[in-house]
Design a protein around this ligand. Structure first.
Ligand code: IPE
Ligand code: IPE
Ligand code: MG
Length: 231
């Protein structure tokens, strides 16, 4: 599918970038090889979506539960992330993209945490577009953290505005969630922000997800009739 003028463009897209391990295994390689190729795919996909008019992109890169993976895989991912954040951070600075992070990145060690904080700080001068990288992120953990922050603020009663103020970042609701890799689940990804998101599942493994696949997803989104509870 080629780019065309889609009737409606999602303002906020989330991507659950799944399938790196299977992509590598199918080629007789270690899982880390798949992660390497998965990281390479972020830039062209982000470029395609922003050029199409998307303003916010949330990327699920590492869940809180992913810490239960073998030590070797986590260590190789942390190394990969150090380089990836530098490459993508520089690109953000050059292109005027704001980089924000959701999740507790201190768990990855001081080196990576400091690199992330540095780019988050330096790209604060930009308003939009925004890339939100979810690292050591879990929606349940984000909500518990928000409830605790509310208590610290002295709140005695919750409301939607208050919860949203206490999330990792101030982002609009997700309009479209794309999950690659064939699974049809959210795996603890932005449950609050996903309440009215359209869910697009594809069997394509993340390193194989192309620009054309982005257009396919945008075209599908454009054809959805969103009702938000109304008739
Ligand atoms: C997603 O790919 C990337 C991360 C979770 C870090 P996977 O590593 O889950 O790949 P599969 O699902 O095992 O193929
Ligand atoms: C979701 O993928 C997390 C990321 C893509 C970062 P997983 O591979 O961890 O999800 P499950 O375990 O299949 O639900
Ligand atoms: Mg997976």
């Amino acid at each position: 599918m080629q780019k065309n003028n889609f009737a409606v463009i999602p303002r906020h897209v989330g991507i659950i970038m799944d399938g790196n391990g299977r992509w590598a295994s199918a080629r007789g390689h270690k899982r880390s090889f798949g992660h390497k190729h998965g990281v390479k795919n972020i830039l062209p996909v982000a470029k395609t979506l922003f050029e199409s008019g998307v303003e916010y992109l949330s990327l699920y890169a590492f869940s809180t539960e992913n810490f239960m993976r073998p030590k070797e895989e986590i260590e190789s991912l942390v190394e990969l992330l150090k380089n990836a954040i530098k490459t993508h951070g520089e690109k953000c600075l050059k292109k005027g993209v704001r980089l924000v992070v959701s999740g507790d990145t201190t768990a990855f060690g001081k080196d990576l945490h400091d690199i992330i904080c540095d780019y988050v700080e330096r790209t604060k001068i930009y308003a939009k577009p925004v890339v939100n990288i979810c690292l050591n992120y879990g929606a349940r953990q984000e909500l518990c953290r928000a409830f605790n922050l509310m208590l610290e603020k002295g709140a005695t009663c919750a409301n939607e505005e208050l919860v949203e103020e206490c999330l990792f970042n101030s982002l609009p609701p997700l309009d479209l969630i794309i999950r690659t890799g064939g699974e049809q689940r959210l795996s603890n990804f932005m449950l609050w922000q996903a309440s009215y998101a359209e869910l697009y599942f594809t069997d394509r493994l993340w390193p194989d997800f192309t620009k054309e696949d982005c257009y396919e997803a945008l075209s599908w989104f454009s054809s959805r009739k969103r009702r938000f509870g109304k008739v």
